[in-house]
Design a protein around this ligand. Structure first.
Ligand code: FAD
Length: 352
C-alpha cells in the first residue's frame, strides 16, 4: 500500500481502476484524478461522508490493497500515524491502482438522488440578530427527496459553494435552512444584506450521511452548538412524526440566550414527550445580570457531567468543529462511548 502526495494539481482523468469494498463486496470503477467518494456516488454507492473537504473525517476507510493518491495535500485531517496505518479520507483520495478498501456502506434509500435545482426564496425570518430562517420553494413538481440530517450546497458564482443543513424532515413543501451571519462571509453577507423574498438561488443535494444511522432504539444524546441545531431539528421532528419511543436528550449550546434561537420549540418538545425527551440549554457566556438560571459552560461538558457512562448511548453532534472534536475525544476517553456510536456534522469552512 502506497500513497503519493503531489503539490501540483492532479492531471485530468487518466485510467479507471476497480474499487472493491469489504466486508460488503460491492465494487465500482474509479478514474485516476477523481475522489473515490465521487466515483462511488457516480456508481450509486453511498459511502459515509460529510464535509467533503478532508476536515471532518467521516469518510475514513482503510486501504487493504492498492496504491492511492492524495488529491489535496494539506487538506486531510488524518494524522501521519493514521495514514501510516493505511487509513485514508475518501473525499480527497484517488486510486492509482485497483483498490480493496475496508469501508462501511450506507444502505441506498430509494428515491434519494443528488440533483441541481433552482429554488425560490419563499420567506426570510430573523430568528436572532445573526440567524435567519430561509425557506426555499423548489419548482412545481420537483420536490427534493432527502433524509433527515442531510444538507444541500448553495451554488455560487465562480464554482463556489456553501453547505447548509436541512432543518425540516423530508416531505415538507418548503426547504428550511438556518443561516448564521459571518460578517465578511461570501454567502452570508448576501443573505443578511441583499437577499429578499422571490429571489432565485441554485442548490445541489442532498449530501451527507449524518442521521442515516438513527434507526436504532439506543438512547441518543443530541448535541448542537449554534445553527448546528438545524439538522438536529430535522431528526427530532422526524422521530416525533414516526412516533418513535427512543429516549432523546438534547443539549443545545450557545454563547448567549439569543443563540438558542428556537428555545421555546425545544421546551414544547419536552412538554409533549415527558420522560422521553429531555432538553438542556447551556450558555457559555451568560452574565448573571441576564437572569439566566440554566446551565453554564461548554455544552459538551454538560453531557460529561450528566452522563458519566455513555457506553449504551449513540451521540449525534452538530455545529462548530472544535465542539464536535472535543465531544468525540472526551466522550470516548472519559465516558466509555463507543467510537462507532458517534455521528457528527461539523460545520467546517469551505475552501474558497
Ligand atoms: C456539512 C455542512 C453543513 C453546514 N450547515 C450549516 C448550517 O446549517 N447553518 C450555517 O449557518 N452554516 C452551516 N455550515 C457552514 C456554511 O457552509 C458556511 O461555511 C458559512 O455559512 C460561511 O459561509 P460564508 O460564505 O458566509 O463565509 P466564508 O466566505 O466562507 O468565510 C468568511 C470567514 O468566516 C470563516 N468561517 C467560515 N465558516 C465558518 C464557520 N462555520 N465557523 C467559523 N468561521 C467560519 C472563514 O474562515 C472566513 O474567515 C455548514 C457547513 C458544512 C460543511
Amino acid at each position: 500500500m502506497l500513497d503519493i502526495a503531489e503539490d501540483r494539481p492532479v492531471a485530468a482523468a487518466l485510467r479507471a481502476h476497480a474499487i472493491t469494498l469489504f466486508p460488503s463486496g460491492t465494487s465500482f470503477s474509479a478514474q485516476e484524478g477523481e475522489s473515490v467518494l465521487d466515483a462511488a456516488a457516480r456508481a450509486g454507492v453511498l459511502l459515509p461522508h460529510q464535509c467533503k473537504t478532508g476536515s471532518c473525517g467521516a469518510c475514513q476507510a482503510r486501504v487493504l490493497i492498492g496504491e492511492t493518491q492524495l488529491l489535496n495535500p494539506g487538506a486531510s485531517a488524518l494524522s501521519a500515524e493514521d495514514a501510516a496505518q493505511g487509513l485514508r479520507l475518501l473525499c480527497c483520495t484517488s486510486a492509482r491502482s485497483a483498490l480493496q478498501l475496508e469501508c462501511a456502506e450506507i444502505p441506498h434509500i430509494p428515491g434519494i438522488e443528488v440533483r441541481k435545482l433552482p429554488v425560490r426564496v419563499a420567506a426570510l425570518e430573523r430568528l436572532a440578530s445573526d440567524v435567519i430562517r430561509l425557506q426555499l420553494q423548489p419548482p412545481a413538481g420537483q420536490r427534493l427527496h432527502y433524509a433527515a440530517g442531510q444538507y444541500v450546497d448553495m451554488l455560487l458564482p465562480g464554482n463556489r459553494r456553501r453547505s447548509y443543513s436541512l432543518a425540516t424532515p423530508p416531505g415538507a413543501d418548503l426547504l428550511e435552512l438556518h443561516i448564521r451571519h459571518l460578517p465578511g462571509g461570501l454567502f452570508t453577507d448576501q443573505v443578511f444584506g441583499q437577499l429578499k423574498a422571490r429571489d432565485v438561488l441554485r442548490i445541489e443535494g442532498p449530501f451527507g450521511t449524518f442521521g442515516m444511522h438513527s434507526e436504532s432504539e439506543a438512547p441518543a444524546i443530541l448535541l448542537a452548538s449554534g445553527t448546528g441545531f438545524a439538522p438536529i431539528k430535522a431528526l427530532v421532528e422526524r422521530l416525533i412524526a414516526e412516533g418513535s419511543q427512543r429516549p432523546l436528550s438534547l443539549y443545545w449550546g450557545g454563547r448567549s440566550r439569543q443563540d438558542l434561537y428556537l428555545h421555546e420549540l425545544c421546551v414544547q418538545w419536552q412538554q409533549a414527550l415527558p420522560g422521553q425527551f429531555h432538553y438542556v440549554p447551556v450558555l457559555s457566556d451568560a452574565p448573571a445580570a441576564d437572569g439566566w438560571t440554566g446551565r453554564t459552560g461548554w455544552v459538551h461538558q454538560a453531557v460529561l457531567h450528566d452522563h458519566p457512562d455513555l457506553s449504551a448511548h449513540e451521540v449525534y453532534a452538530c455545529g462548530a468543529p472544535p465542539m464536535v472534536d472535543a465531544a468525540r475525544r472526551d466522550f470516548a476517553a472519559l465516558c466509555g462511548m463507543r467510537p462507532t456510536a458517534f455521528f457528527a456534522d461539523a460545520f467546517v469552512a469551505q475552501a474558497s
